[in-house]
Design a protein around this ligand. Sequence first.
Ligand code: ADP
Ligand code: MG
Length: 697
Amino acid sequence: MSAPVKIQYLKGIGPAKAKLFERLEIQTVQDLLHYYPRTYQDRRLNTPPNEYNSGALIVFKGRVLSTQQVPAKSILIFKAILEDEKGHTLECTWFKRRMFRARFDPFGSLKKDFYLHNEVWVIGRKNDRGAMFSNQITVEEYYVAADVLTQLHAGRITPIYGLTEGLTNKQCRQFMYEALQSESLSGEPEILPPFLLKKRQLLSAPQALKAIHFPHSQAELDAARTRLAYEEFLLLATAWGIKRTQTKVLAKDYAYEIKKNLLTPFREQLGFTFTNSQKKVIHEIFNDLLSARPMNRLLQGDVGSGKTVVALCAMLLAVENGYQAVLMAPTEILAEQHFLTFKRILKELPVNVAVLTSSTKTAEKKKILKGLADGTIHILVGTHAVIQDNVQFHNLRLAVIDEQHRFGVKQRSKLKEKTAKLDLLTMTATPIPRTLALAFYGDLDVSTLSELPPGRQPILTECATSKLAYDRVRSEVEKGRQAYIVFPLIEESEKISAKAVTEEFEKLKNVFPQFRLAVLHGQMNQHEKEQVMADFAVHKTDILVATPVIEVGIDVKNATVMVIENAERFGLASLHQLRGRVGRGEHASYCVLVPQHAGSVARERVDIICATRDGFKIGERDMQLRGPGEILGTRQSGELEFKAGDIFKDRVILYQAITDRDELLSADPGLLKPEHALFKRKLQELYQQNWHLIDLS
Ligand code: ADP
Ligand code: MG
């Protein structure tokens, strides 16, 4: 690879322009070449302008038929009428403010180019307002046909770049052209393994770069995009693949056996039978546990699909074998609820369960720590605190992370580090398309719960005013049901939100004087929170007014109304999660969204939630709206934001890259062959530092 060339060496770029490019993170000519267009305009067209509606982009090439300067009081107008080869005409207008500098002609440079019979390209938006001719445009860009560089800007599929102030697209295209002419392009290394280039019949690296900026046809542009997207996907997929092989080598120094002395009685007293989907997933998990390498499985299943009992089966298998298991939840409330559920379900079994969070009292904590160390506690439930503190286990083998997407990115990688030698089951209710998950995690197996337990009642989702929402609450509570009323977090601050929700709580007490209301927010202490949840669970209260602390996991079957205030402030996944708090029992349920301001994206989210209950679809839309990086919670933000590729539109290419990654790594696991040296170097450059995980040296 040749040394990077500073961008100043390009014709026309001085220190000032270089500064502008720095803002776009472009310092070298190579950076510039890899700054792909944001979009393209098809400027090949020369369709008669009268065939377009007003506002449409007009691209027109013609000779100057006449020009005219219209005197007006405060603005100056310059007009030119063009005629193309077929005799179509177009009126172009420019407006300038009158300047009181006597000798300065604001149209001076225009007049130099727009003289009789000169041939020009004009690009602009059609306007139909009171034009003398119906074909009138306001010109955005124009180019003299005879200029050599005009072919960069007009008469072609034209690149449009993401700009910064002080930089125009015209300049960008010309610099790009310079860069493509320079030595740097021929020095652009071909990093893709030759056998894959051939197999997929991809453009070479220099060809692709040329065509991504200045394609000669749509087909060439597609080919360039394909090549560049493929390269990005292959690099990431290979990085994950290498990581996966590294984890695979690790073998467990313990083994499981299915004894059924706990699992059978557990199933018999559960009170329901597993869905087929649960059976299948339990089977997959047991296979992992019985195998020689540590499990690393993601269990995805929509809200209410019954992930908890699946996890419990895995934990019981561990306990049957004399091992300990831990379940971590993102909030104390959820941890507490799991603990109560487990205690209830395991009542008749010789299994000890404990709960540990950061607000567990010291004396209690001491007792639990002792039980964990001597092995008398079999299952520990808690927040991430349980493995961060100096908690010593007797023989911990299995870790379950519930609602893993709710943990912060940092917490997640910490958890990953701490559980590296354990069997690990992570669970999420934000389902991501299975293949995408496979592609990006690479080192992860994925199970999906694809059905809800039978007998679930539909949830009617509606958008309404507070008043109508409260009518709904009233009529349900009168029928003996319970309701949630949720307010959004304010500026991400629990403290201010707590205050706001407490104020709303006071108001709501007047709205519903005949009912029993309780309030729940993150600032209450653990004991208060537990008490409020417990009271609600046994119907000592009718209406729970809360911040989104109740978003995850809460399971009260008699609750049938979820009112979400200021619904536009919630993300799609949160809305879906909140709605999942109702419709858990035998009664028909309602989710009422009460938006306050209706911005367009917000409005779209609300519409999507009203239209579908399918968490899979919602997850996919969410990813499209927010970008995948945030949702998959990747180590480095932006890791999944590709420059050329789009994981939705380019799925076919993505799958090809994954297949090819497998082929590449099985042929040359260490990427030691000379023809893979450049590819390996690129991988190191991109991932070694940030990932700490790929040993490629
Ligand atoms: P999630 O997947 O959202 O974590 P949960 O594990 O909380 O869902 O399950 C939701 C509810 O469904 C719980 O009350 C649970 O007891 C119940 N449930 C789970 N599996 C079944 C089943 N096979 N049949 C009936 N109810 C079930
Ligand atoms: Mg759950």
